[in-house]
Design a protein. Structure first.
Length: 289
């Protein structure tokens, strides 16, 4: 499942839901959590479920739902409403460890059966660094099979609130060490679990140049996609996390070189040495690895 761009859409807004059908995002995250006031939760569930049932068969983006955290007492009501044909996945906020993914999976087992969905068809993307405990348990994503896991993303805003920080950034604008570590742990946990790492949101949705620069840096570091909080961010994100024609051409030449020399461990290409890790990256660039 390609998840370069995942666009948040408030689940209680008819207007924004309707507008989202034309988005070029790889996935829409229909939000029942932070974007929806407490008094609107029930209405948001209804609108979101109706939207999935009506629109999933005829729009491009995959439809995910961000439910409320498991510990709030709202999550099971969210799931009971939105696990309907057309639902692609659940975004699980404020996780404490991979055990929360397992727990959610058990609930989805029953709800898929009720909805007539194939077992395991609803995947899970946890927001894995929003609690202090989560920062100490990121290794849990590598310690057991997680068949529903489709990616891991991270968050800095809720983490700063959880630890009582005034800001998650230093005076120079860079992430403070704890939050930089959160992003790095997301990369490591995703690689260990063999799923894509999806970068966190760029808060200033009017800052197109800053978003593009942040995405380029993010992709160099290993992230495969990014959360979007405004429709205007999607095209920038899609472009940044897609390989250029030049990157594809070089990747193909690396693949061809190893195909012509199947027993080689290292080769020379364009005056530089390449080895098997370069082949792995080339295959990923071409979408076959």
């Amino acid at each position: 499942m390609k998840l370069r761009s995942m666009l948040f859409v408030p689940g209680d807004s008819d207007r924004k839901l309707a507008k989202s059908t034309a988005s070029p995002a790889d996935a829409l995250i229909l939000d029942l959590e932070d974007a929806v006031a407490e008094a609107r939760k029930v209405e948001a569930r209804r609108l979101t479920a109706e939207f999935i049932a009506a629109e999933a068969p005829r729009i491009g983006p995959k439809l995910f739902v961000r439910i409320n955290p498991l510990e709030t007492g709202l999550a099971m009501a969210d799931l009971a409403a939105v696990v309907v044909p057309g639902l692609a996945g659940i975004v699980l906020p404020k996780t404490h460890s991979a055990a929360d993914v397992v727990r959610l999976g058990h609930g989805l087992d029953a709800l898929e059966a009720r909805a007539g969905l194939a077992p395991g068809s609803v995947v899970i993307v946890p927001v894995a660094t929003e609690t202090a405990e989560a920062m100490l348990t990121m290794q849990s994503y590598a310690q057991q099979p997680l068949p529903r896991l489709a990616g891991i993303t991270w968050g800095a805003e809720d983490l700063s609130a959880a630890i009582g920080a005034i800001s998650n950034r230093d005076e120079d604008g860079a992430y403070a060490p704890l939050y930089a570590l959160a992003g790095a742990l997301c990369l490591a946990a995703s690689a260990a679990a063999n799923v894509p790492a999806i970068d966190t949101l760029h808060v200033d949705f009017r800052d197109a140049a800053g978003l593009a620069a942040a995405c380029r840096t993010s992709r160099r570091r290993g992230f495969r996609g990014r959360i979007a909080i405004h429709p205007d961010q999607v095209a920038i994100i899609n472009d940044a996390y897609s390989p250029s024609a030049e990157e594809k051409a070089r990747a193909q030449r690396i693949v061809d070189a190893f195909a012509a020399n199947p027993d080689a461990g290292t080769l020379s290409l364009d005056g530089a040495m390449i080895d098997r890790p370069h082949l792995t990256q080339a295959l990923r660039t071409l979408g076959v690895g």
